[in-house]
Design a protein around this ligand. Structure first.
Ligand SMILES: [Zn+2]
Length: 286
């Protein structure tokens, strides 16, 4: 790959062939310059031939580190970019620069966790942080914990069946009690977990049949809209990303406005909701 890159450069600027072929380090530098120019062109910063020649002349004879600094001078954004590519079927090589301050924080954390793993790698540390983050932010994990809690609770109650029942425990055990029958847009956390998830994220499918699959800001969406009588029940709910949830709320508003202005009859699948329910809708589901 390095040689192929270097040869591409030689093909465009044959005057450097001899120098580039003369030693390994010149070959490496030429390859680096070629991939730098390729990246620059990709972000629409093409170099003229003269500018390319000037860059090669500047870089040949320098160390790879000095060359890297040369690139950073020409494109200061360069050290903020993030690259990742597969190096085996289950490993990626990720590369990005971090601030000194962030590096200090990572090292501080490694020290604090020294009793768990005295020679913790950055990957291990970041994996632990990812687990903490997912526990905090992933709605499906939160729902799974709520199920465990409620099962534990109802298990305790069954074990304690001889004790007189309080109103709240009765409600917990009997889903058909009055409080549950009242129609509600709110979806109980333990119900959320029961909504089937294939792990592929957002279930939105576009007109051309492509599924979204985004896992950002997943929320539950009423398939048959709540305002049209759709229930907050497992078989009427599906996962949608934040963007598609919002898009749905917006299309609902457009439909509402057009209907109000007599421009359009109710279109299939869209709900008309009022402002008082829209705030709650964005918190739970449409
Ligand atoms: Zn989506």
């Amino acid at each position: 790959m390095r040689r192929i890159n270097a040869m591409k450069l030689v093909k465009e600027m044959p005057q450097f062939e001899e120098k580039i072929e003369s030693d390994e380090s010149s070959l490496s530098v030429a390859a680096d310059v070629q991939s730098f120019l390729y990246q620059e062109a990709k972000i629409e910063r093409p170099y003229s031939l003269n500018a390319k020649i000037e860059l090669v002349e500047t870089c040949l004879g320098k160390s790879r580190r000095e060359v890297e600094e040369e690139f950073a001078r020409r494109n200061p954004e360069r050290d903020k970019r993030e690259t990742r590519h597969a190096i085996s079927h289950d490993r990626l090589l990720v590369s990005f620069s971090i601030s000194k301050e962030f590096n200090d924080k990572l090292n501080h954390l490694k020290d604090l966790l020294g009793h768990v793993d005295p020679s913790m790698t950055t990957e291990t540390l970041l994996a632990r942080l990812a687990e903490l983050g997912l526990d905090k932010y992933d709605p499906q994990r939160k729902a799974a914990r709520a199920v465990v809690r409620s099962e534990k609770k109802s298990g305790d109650q069954k074990a304690d069946a001889t004790a007189p029942r309080t109103f709240s425990s009765k409600r917990e055990d009997n889903p058909a009690s009055a409080a549950e029958v009242k129609r509600t847009r709110y979806i109980k956390v333990r119900e959320r977990h029961r909504v089937e998830s294939d792990g592929r994220g957002c279930t939105f499918v576009s007109h051309n049949g492509r599924r979204c699959e985004s896992k950002r800001f997943l929320q539950l969406d009423h398939i048959e809209p709540f305002a049209k009588g759709g229930e907050s029940r497992v078989d009427n709910l599906r996962w949608m990303c934040g963007e598609h949830n919002r898009a749905r709320v917006n299309s609902v508003w457009v439909t509402h406005a057009r209907k109000r202005d007599g421009l359009e009859r109710e279109s299939g699948g869209l709900v008309v909701i009022t402002s008082s329910t829209s705030a709650r809708a964005s918190k739970s589901a449409v």
